[in-house]
Design a protein around this ligand. Structure first.
Ligand SMILES: C[S@@+](CC[C@H](N)C(=O)[O-])C[C@H]1O[C@@H](n2cnc3c(N)ncnc32)[C@H](O)[C@@H]1O
Length: 259
């Protein structure tokens, strides 16, 4: 999906039910998320990030943090107490509009709409911490890689960035989904499963006008090569379950390589 389409789909999700689009927990669809419970998931996530960074010898704090793909600010607001300033950036005008209303009482939070495949809106070497969760997984790898280059550019020399990205679908090797069982029964080869899923999603949009949440993975070796190709340094890689049971997913903790 090209960036303009990605924006259209996310904006549609946001206008329908932003909290469920962000955190698709079963039973929370159609406006069922309790506001407090929704933001508590963000607080717990940032607490886990703080512990993880501590274990690796880093601290969560400083002057300026960026939350890439901020949605309505679930994680930006949880980062707030740790930084002088937190900026959330998102491609969806509706997400950004809701984030501004939701958090207008927090003077150190601001939200920026960015509709392009770079982060030129921000100055080089200006962030102590950059965080991105369950965002890069929803865009074609060519875009995810461009934003990873931008993360490295935006980091201060001693800044750190933690982002999440799936590496590959587990559907290829685990016979778990109904879709896969049916495909096996019909004799459809596993190599075609992903293409069929993408095609059926696109039909859902063109016929039913239902927005699509595409999922992509990039093999870890490719992600590491991408980080290193633009002057970044991999500090640690940790597996997580953020992309759901059908995807192998990792956190990449990165900094700037010393020249
Ligand atoms: C699943 S939501 C996650 C929101 C937030 N990271 C959280 O965990 O609460 C994904 C978000 O990424 C945003 N997004 C998708 N593509 C983007 C892009 N190219 N640039 C910035 N934001 C993007 C969507 O609009 C959406 O708000």
């Amino acid at each position: 999906m090209e960036l303009k389409d990605l924006q259209r789909h996310w904006d549609e999700f946001s206008r329908k039910d932003a909290m469920y689009a962000i955190n698709t927990r079963p039973g929370k669809e159609n406006g069922q998320w309790d506001r407090c419970a929704f933001y508590q998931t963000g607080e717990r996530e940032i607490l886990r990030v703080q512990r993880y960074l501590g274990n690796k010898g880093y601290s969560l704090g400083g002057q300026k943090a960026l939350d890439f793909g901020c949605g309505i600010g679930r994680l930006s607001v949880a980062l707030g107490p740790h930084f002088d300033e937190v900026i959330g950036v998102d491609i969806s005008p509706s997400m950004i509009a809701q984030a501004r209303v939701e958090h207008n009482s927090k003077s150190n939070l601001s939200f920026v709409l960015n509709e392009v495949d770079n982060l030129a809106v921000f100055e080089e070497a200006s962030f102590d911490f950059i965080y991105s969760n369950i965002t890069l997984q929803h865009m074609a790898p060519k875009y995810a890689k461009r934003y990873i280059h931008e993360f490295v550019r935006l980091l201060k020399p001693d800044g750190i960035c933690l982002f999440q990205l799936p590496s590959r679908s587990r559907l290829d090797r685990e016979n778990k989904s109904l879709f896969q069982k049916v495909s096996k029964f019909l004799g459809i080869p596993p190599s075609l499963h992903r293409r069929i899923l993408l095609l059926s999603n696109r039909l859902k949009w063109s016929i039913l006008r239902r927005p699509i949440m595409e999922m992509y993975g990039i093999p870890s070796q490719e992600v590491i090569a991408c980080i290193e190709s633009c002057g970044g340094k991999v500090l640690h890689v940790k597996e997580n379950r953020h992309a759901g049971q059908y995807w192998e997913s990792f956190y990449y903790l990165i900094g700037k390589a010393v020249i």
